[in-house]
Design a protein around this ligand. Structure first.
Ligand code: 9MG
Length: 279
């Protein structure tokens, strides 16, 4: 596994857990929809997240929450491209593009994005080729089915950990066959994507098992509905639950935590790392 990930012209240190700040430039994301739709507002939020020590800013132009409306390629590009360009120009941070669309991947990377974050693990049309040509690392996420709008309809697993591992292994093979070097791949079990509450809890308890795939491990738990279900909390009351899961993820060996609340998450993962490396 690489100690440093080369993300276009920027480097990501994987020897300690890093925080990926979420920047949704969408009108309808589940907890921050509509907040950062203008380039100025998005840039102010990105500056704040970098000041709070986010190592990556993940820019997304299409909501992946269940029931969200699909957006056209052009609309997604119009939302994402100016924001990617502005952040790359101004801030010393890895910019990630959260997309499943081949053209959005290619154009974002041409503007300086250094990481592709695809919740469909490059199963979309042309995505494998676009990611291969882009030459930047790719995060392959597991999702039951291939559509966030229907993923929560009766998800069932034989063994949730084995099933996710098998899926990710297959996608790693598909990437390698498409010419994407193994050293450019990250994996993510897709907490909340086509999983019941019990599945998500098991993913957390057995997270370290995904390290057997020998890839940097990314996970996103921030404000997700499983926290709401366990604690009976609305989306804006889920910070303590999110931090508990972020801390657990670090202890289980996760390399990157995707989060809305960067400052608090950075403190949680730093504290966890300090304990884990104490001698
Ligand atoms: C875009 N997005 C929303 N949730 C996510 C998660 O858990 N992981 C990754 N990689 N991306 C996500």
């Amino acid at each position: 596994m690489p100690q440093v990930l080369q993300c276009a012209d920027r480097q990501l240190d994987l020897t300690r857990p890093q925080v990926m700040g979420i920047l949704n430039v969408t009108p309808d994301s589940f907890s921050d929809g509509g907040l950062f739709v203008s380039v100025d507002a998005a840039l102010i939020q990105a500056r704040q997240m970098v000041a709070e020590a986010a190592a990556i800013i993940d820019v997304g132009g299409e909501s992946t929450r269940p029931g969200a409306t699909a957006v056209s390629e052009q609309e997604e590009l119009d939302r994402v491209a100016p924001v990617v360009e502005a952040i790359v120009r101004e801030l010393p941070v890895v910019v990630s593009v959260d997309t499943s669309k081949a053209r959005v991947m290619s154009e974002a990377v041409a503007l300086g994005a250094g990481l592709i974050n695809d919740v469909r693990a490059l199963r979309g049309q042309g995505a494998l080729q676009a990611a291969s040509d882009a030459g930047v690392p790719v995060c392959l996420m597991h999702m039951a089915g291939d559509d966030p709008r229907s993923m929560q309809k009766n998800p069932r697993y034989t063994d949730v950990i084995d099933d996710i591992t098998g899926f990710l292994r297959g996608r790693i093979q598909a990437c390698e066959a498409a010419g994407i070097p193994a050293s450019r791949l990250l994996i993510d079990p897709g907490f909340g994507f086509g999983k019941r509450v019990a599945d998500n809890l098991l993913i957390m308890r057995r997270l370290r098992e995904f390290l057997a795939l020998d890839k940097p491990l990314l996970i996103g738990v921030s404000r997700k509905s499983t926290i709401g279900a366990v604690l009976d909390r609305a989306a804006d009351e889920r910070l303590p639950g999110s931090l508990a899961l972020a801390t657990m993820a670090c202890q289980e060996g996760a390399h990157i935590i995707r989060a809305h609340d960067v400052a608090a998450t950075v403190d949680a993962v730093k504290m966890c790392h300090a304990v884990m490396t104490a001698s």
